[in-house]
Ligand binder design. Structure first.
Ligand SMILES: [Fe+2]
Ligand SMILES: [Fe+2]
Length: 274
């Protein structure tokens, strides 16, 4: 099973720019990713989008997001990030059967070899994320519902510290028994998140925790202890492919979508015997 993982596109309303700068081009970055996914062989089975779909959570921004997503030929599953608005997002995706009619935007995906649990970590109006009692209970129930089938958890805010002051202060704050709950879930193969925009690999409760690189540009810090962003780095948009191989191994690969693809024909290169 092949899962395409997109995150943090920060789409704004049409004819506007993210952070009011034309070079941020978040619309083009998302369109490029969709185009790339449609051309992949084999084609991913599903696309998961781990939040910050839009930058300000307005109806017009979701409309714009959906227009850009229109050509996507793969089933899409979304969860909110701190820049999204739960109710506006629910309304925008109301035709998607997996989106709950009320309450938190969490759900499970049961139709594939790898079971997926989508967690809503949004605390409206805050940069950091959290799991209140209700959501934590929901997660525990969702894990218990099937303790055999290999399962992957996806959420916007990473539930781990990575040693960077600002990011650590806006991670997902979880109940004390969260880690214990994860370690008891023998069939949980990992956690995948967005939010930091940078790629980072960590672990929690003995499970790999993958922080996916973003579609939008990346916040730059001169030092890990910096509390303020000093620049916006215009890295290429990135997508991640999580490959569930032969029902035992999850392998994750990052694809950076460069401005122009330049490839050298391998057969025309002079190869020296090594
Ligand atoms: Fe973001
Ligand atoms: Fe975020």
């Amino acid at each position: 099973m092949l899962i395409a993982h997109l995150t943090d596109s920060h789409i704004v309303e049409k004819d506007k720019f993210w952070l009011a700068h034309p070079l941020t081009k978040t619309e083009d970055r998302l369109a490029k990713a969709i185009n790339h996914l449609n051309q992949l062989t084999p084609r991913p089975d599903i696309v998961i989008f781990t939040g910050d779909l839009t930058d300000e959570g307005t109806e017009a921004a979701y409309q714009h997001f959906q227009e850009i997503l229109q050509p996507l030929q793969i089933p899409l599953f979304v969860i909110p990030g701190n820049h999204d608005c739960r109710e506006t997002m629910r309304h925008a995706f109301h035709k998607s059967s997996y989106i709950p009619k009320q309450g938190f935007l969490h759900y499970t995906i049961e139709d594939y070899p790898l079971r997926l649990i989508a967690l809503d970590t949004l605390l409206e109006g805050e940069g950091k994320g959290g799991l209140c009692e209700e959501r934590f209970q929901w997660l525990q129930d969702a894990l218990k519902q099937d303790n055999n089938k290999p399962t992957l958890l996806f959420m916007h805010h990473p539930p781990v510290k990575i040693g960077m002051s600002l990011f650590d202060s806006i991670r997902c704050f979880t109940p004390t028994s969260f880690e214990q709950t994860l370690s008891r879930a023998q069939n949980l193969v990992g956690i995948v998140c967005g939010h930091y925009h940078h790629f980072c690999m960590s672990s929690l409760a003995g499970k790999p925790c993958f922080l996916a690189p973003s579609l939008a540009p990346v916040h730059y810090f001169a030092h890990p202890t910096d509390q303020d962003v000093t620049a916006l780095q215009l890295d290429e948009p990135a997508i991640t492919l999580h490959n569930w191989l032969e029902g035992t191994t999850l392998t994750s690969q990052i694809i950076r979508l460069k401005e122009d693809y330049k490839r050298l024909d391998w057969t025309k290169l002079t190869k020296q015997a090594s």
